[in-house]
Ligand binder design. Structure first.
Ligand code: HEC
Length: 104
C-alpha cells in the first residue's frame, strides 16, 4: 500500500518535472543558436565573437533577468549594431537562459 503510494508520488514528480525541464532546455537551445548567429545585427559579428565559450560572462549570476536583458540589448545595439529586442521577446528570454546555462 505504502509502496503503491510512493510509486504514484514518484510518477507525479517525474511528470511535473519533465515538461518544465525540456521547455527550459529548448529555450537554451534557441538561445545558443542566437548566440552563434550573426543575424542579430549588421556588424557581421555574433555574441560568441566576443564571448567565445562564455568568456566575460562569468558574473551573470550577479544580475537579475531584467538587468541581463538590458545588458544583452546594449550588446545587441552597440556591439552588433542591431535593433534592441522587446522586453518580453522569446529571443531575449532565450539569450538570458543561454548565458545563464553557460555557467552550469
Ligand atoms: C564587440 C564585442 C561584443 C559582442 C559582439 C557582444 N558583447 Fe556582450 N559584452 C561585451 C563587453 C565589452 C562587455 C562588458 C565588459 C565585461 O565585463 O566583460 C559585455 C558584457 C556582456 C554581459 C554582461 C556580463 C557580465 O558579467 O558583466 C552579457 C550578459 C553579455 N555581454 C551578453 C552578450 C550577448 C548575449 C551578446 C550577443 C547578443 C553579446 N554580449 C555581444 C562585448 C561584446
Amino acid at each position: 500500500m505504502l509502496q503503491k503510494f510512493l510509486d504514484l508520488f514518484l510518477c507525479a514528480i517525474i511528470a511535473a518535472t519533465f515538461p518544465t525541464a525540456s521547455a527550459a532546455s529548448s529555450l537554451d537551445a534557441v538561445g545558443r543558436t542566437l548566440f552563434e548567429s550573426t543575424t542579430l545585427g549588421k556588424s557581421g559579428r555574433s555574441c560568441s565573437t566576443c564571448h567565445p565559450g562564455g568568456r566575460g560572462l562569468e558574473q551573470v549570476d550577479d544580475f537579475t533577468d531584467d538587468e541581463l536583458k538590458d545588458i544583452i540589448n546594449a550588446c545587441i545595439r552597440d556591439a552588433l549594431h542591431g535593433s534592441k529586442l522587446a522586453e518580453n521577446a522569446e529571443e531575449l528570454r532565450a539569450l538570458v537562459a543561454y548565458v545563464r546555462s553557460l555557467k552550469r
